[in-house]
Ligand binder design. Structure first.
Ligand SMILES: [Zn+2]
Length: 482
């Protein structure tokens, strides 16, 4: 991080924003004016979603707030797409190009946290927005509305805001991609909350999340153990085999599990036990292979313990096929908009939060104000998977990170939950909205750029590509958080 910081400072010094050519038609119009005058609207909206803190596929209030806001600005909204009640597609304008923007709004279990500079749950154990999806959804919607204001002035083109539920493990976009929601979209713009501003050109990891449920025979563990067949034994035998397997998998593979049901009492032979697994690798072909090997191990464990096993893929995500040309357009606009600057009140809040986190180096507070150069090494992005990966294989997509959190943690932490629900988060998303708007503007006004984006996508993906979802034909797991 420290190295990144130094590189970024030196590069920013080389390219001061004042030296850039200013295109007034692009930077001063109804779109940018709308964003400049809408801080209060989106500050209130992101804070509301922060307080709703709804888990994946249960984001009824959050998705409705965003969808109805878009409707009030003239968007046509289709709710409940892909068989998911909290998924929606909001469209505005007509003709091409069609620009898609992704929005997420699900919270994380157990991340409840008040918007204060120290660790304090609002309700211990309750969900919270530890990944900033309250900001992700709101910032994307703000950008889409700004684009619609510009399109309304007689410009040709369509903007589609995709309301994508359950990014955290539920894989909403995998189902939306499979059901064709993104068909006909010429370019997709995606962003994610972070502590820095950068364009993400990491392919990340493909992953699949599998649920294995073993069924045995219940019995008194002491007076009649011979009558029982332990489902927990099966889980343990299965885990043992999977841990042996780690030595014989391709480099860069990640396998992790959690026993989500291991029985209820030691004196009862467990008749049901369940374990959740993630398999990850840069290549989805490897992930597919790991999944097949795991199925065999699970069957072996069941056979050896006299139990039976059921399994299902809960979510499955492709690695990202990033579009370099689109990334360049995003980068130019991210640099033009610049980073986030705290006012005095926000800075004191941030300093207090750093202290509460045991961080003494206050120079980290410079990070949100900077824009990292394209292609910067950002190791944390290499190990992540996202359901955006699926989308990148059906439409040219580029992603960026927007600085919306105090840099006092590394993800899914109380510091992010807290600072993301303050004006620090709102400042970040107003920048994000502008980057989205300016990038869409470039794509609407430059057929040449659009053609280059498309040509790169066709060349990288190959002509005969057919999207085969890692989730197969199963229905969306709408109850995975219940
Ligand atoms: Zn996230």
């Amino acid at each position: 991080m420290r190295t990144l910081f130094i590189i970024a400072v030196s590069l920013l010094c080389c390219f001061p924003s004042s030296a850039r050519k200013v295109d007034r038609a692009k930077t001063s119009n109804v779109g940018t004016a709308y964003i400049d005058s809408s801080f209060g609207t989106y500050d209130a909206m992101q804070k509301k979603i922060h307080s709703f803190a709804e888990l994946g596929y249960l984001e009824f209030k959050s998705s409705e707030l965003l969808a109805s806001h878009l409707e009030s600005h003239g968007f046509t909204v289709e709710r409940g797409v892909a068989g998911i009640p909290t998924a929606f597609v909001a469209s505005y304008g007509s003709g091409s190009p069609v620009i898609g923007i992704l929005a997420e709004y699900d919270a994380l279990p157990g991340m409840s946290q008040d918007t204060v500079a120290f660790k304090k749950a609002i309700e211990p154990g309750a969900p919270g927005h530890g990944c900033g999806h309250n900001l992700l959804g709101t910032g994307s919607v703000a950008g889409a509305v700004a684009i619609s204001k510009w399109l309304a002035q007689g410009h040709e083109g369509t903007v589609k805001l995709f309301g994508c539920p359950a990014e955290e493990g539920g894989g909403g976009k995998a189902y939306m991609t499979r059901e064709g929601c993104f068909d006909g979209v010429d370019a997709v713009l995606d962003w994610h909350p972070d502590i820095c501003n950068l364009v993400n050109v990491e392919s990340g990891l493909a992953n699949v999340q599998m649920r294995f449920t073993f069924h045995g025979v219940s019995s008194h563990a002491s007076s009649a153990p011979e009558k029982g067949r332990s489902a927990l034994d099966a889980v343990e035998a299965f885990n043992f085999m999977m841990n042996m397997m780690r030595e014989h998998v391709p480099d860069g593979t990640r396998i992790h599990y959690a026993i989500t049901d291991g029985g209820k009492a030691p004196n009862v032979v467990p008749e049901r036990a369940e374990v959740l697994y993630y398999f990850r690798n840069q290549s989805r072909a490897v992930v597919q292979d790991l999944k097949e090997r795991a199925l065999k191990a699970a069957e072996g464990a069941a056979m050896g313990t006299g139990t039976t096993v059921e399994f299902e893929a809960v979510s499955g995500n492709f690695e990202r096929l990033y579009n370099q040309r689109l990334a360049q357009v995003l980068q130019a606009n991210l640099e033009a908009v610049g980073g986030v600057k705290y006012d005095e009140r926000e800075r004191s809040f941030a300093v207090e939060m750093l202290k509460a986190s045991g961080i003494t180096d206050l120079s980290v507070l410079e990070k949100p104000a900077m824009v990292l150069p394209l292609g910067s090494d950002y190791p944390t992005l290499r190990g992540v998977s996202s359901d955006v990966g699926n989308v990148t294989w059906v439409a040219p997509t580029a992603s960026f990170r927007g600085a919306v959190f105090v840099p006092a943690g590394l993800g899914h932490c109380w510091q992010f939950t807290s600072s993301g629900g303050t004006t620090i988060g709102t400042k970040g998303i107003m920048n994000v909205a502008k980057v989205l708007f300016l990038t869409a503007y470039d794509l609407y006004t430059s057929p040449q750029t659009m053609a280059e984006v498309k040509a790169e996508f066709d060349a990288k993906r190959g002509k005969d590509f057919v999207f085969k979802p890692l989730i197969g034909d199963r229905k969306p797991p709408l109850d995975y958080r219940k």
